[in-house]
Design a protein around this ligand. Structure first.
Ligand code: ZN
Length: 226
C-alpha cells in the first residue's frame, strides 16, 4: 500500500512536470476512466492565494471559483481534460472579476494552448474537416481556432518588411469547383487560403492590412481573374 501511494505520488509529480503545473497551482486529483478512455486532471490553487485583477493588476483575494474544462493533448490514446479551478477575485476598484488568464489555455475556449498548436500543425497537412474527424471535434470549432491563430501569427510573427512581390494563384479543391486563393510571398514565409466566393474580399483585406503594416512597394501579377 505504501509502495502504491509512492507510485501515485511519483505519477502526480511527473504529470505536474509534463503539464507545467507550478505554484500556486497543484494537481488535486487524477481520474482515469477506462470506459470513455479519458483522463481528467483536476488542478486547484493553494489556499489564501491572491491573484491579479485583470483590469488594474492589483493583488486581490479570491471571491469564489468554479472548475472550467480544457481539452488537452491525449495521453497515449486517452483523451485528457484539464479541470482547472478558476477563481474570481474581488477588487476594491473593479469588484468581482474572473482572473485574466490561466497558464494552460484561453479562458473563452475549450482547448489548451498546446491543443490549439496541434490543431494548427495538423491543418498544415490536411483539411480542417479531416482534422476535426481525427480529433473527434466539430470542424466549426476548429475553424475558429484556425482563424484566431492566423490573426495572432499575422500580428506577432510575420515580418513583411522585406517583401517586394506577392504571387497570386488559385487551385481547385478535390478536383471540383471549390476554389481556394493562394497568396505566396517570395521572401516572407506565408500562405493564405480562402474559398472562391471570398477571394476578392480576402485579397483586398490582406493587401490593406499588409499596406497598413509593412509595405512600401507591392508588385501584383495575374490579377485579371479577381
Ligand atoms: Zn482592479
Amino acid at each position: 500500500m505504501i509502495h502504491l501511494s509512492k507510485k501515485l505520488m511519483e505519477f502526480d509529480k511527473a504529470l505536474s512536470d509534463i503539464l507545467e503545473v507550478k505554484k500556486p497551482w497543484f494537481i488535486r486529483e487524477i481520474d482515469v476512466h477506462k470506459g470513455t478512455k479519458s483522463v481528467n486532471v483536476f488542478i486547484d490553487y493553494e489556499e489564501r492565494t491572491t491573484f491579479k485583477c485583470p483590469n488594474c493588476e492589483q493583488q486581490c483575494k479570491v471571491h469564489d471559483s468554479r472548475y472550467r474544462v480544457w481539452r488537452h493533448l491525449n495521453i497515449v490514446d486517452y483523451r485528457c481534460y484539464l479541470n482547472v479551478k478558476v477563481p474570481r477575485i474581488k477588487c476594491d476598484r473593479h469588484k468581482v472579476l474572473v482572473i485574466g488568464e490561466v497558464p494552460w489555455g484561453r479562458l473563452n475556449i475549450h482547448f489548451t494552448h498546446l491543443f490549439e498548436q496541434e490543431v494548427m500543425k495538423l491543418c498544415a497537412e490536411m483539411s480542417v474537416s479531416a482534422v476535426a474527424k481525427q480529433l473527434g471535434e466539430v470542424d466549426t470549432t476548429l475553424w475558429s481556432i484556425f482563424h484566431y491563430q492566423i490573426e495572432q501569427a499575422k500580428k506577432k510573427q510575420l515580418n513583411f518588411s522585406e517583401v517586394r512581390r506577392i504571387c497570386v494563384d488559385e487551385t481547385a479543391s478535390k478536383r471540383g469547383h471549390n476554389y481556394v486563393t493562394i497568396l505566396a510571398m517570395q521572401i516572407a514565409e506565408m500562405c493564405c487560403t480562402q474559398p472562391k466566393a471570398e477571394r476578392r474580399k480576402a485579397l483586398q483585406g490582406f493587401i490593406q492590412s499588409f499596406l497598413n503594416t509593412w509595405a512600401t512597394l507591392i508588385i501584383l501579377t495575374n490579377l485579371s481573374w479577381i
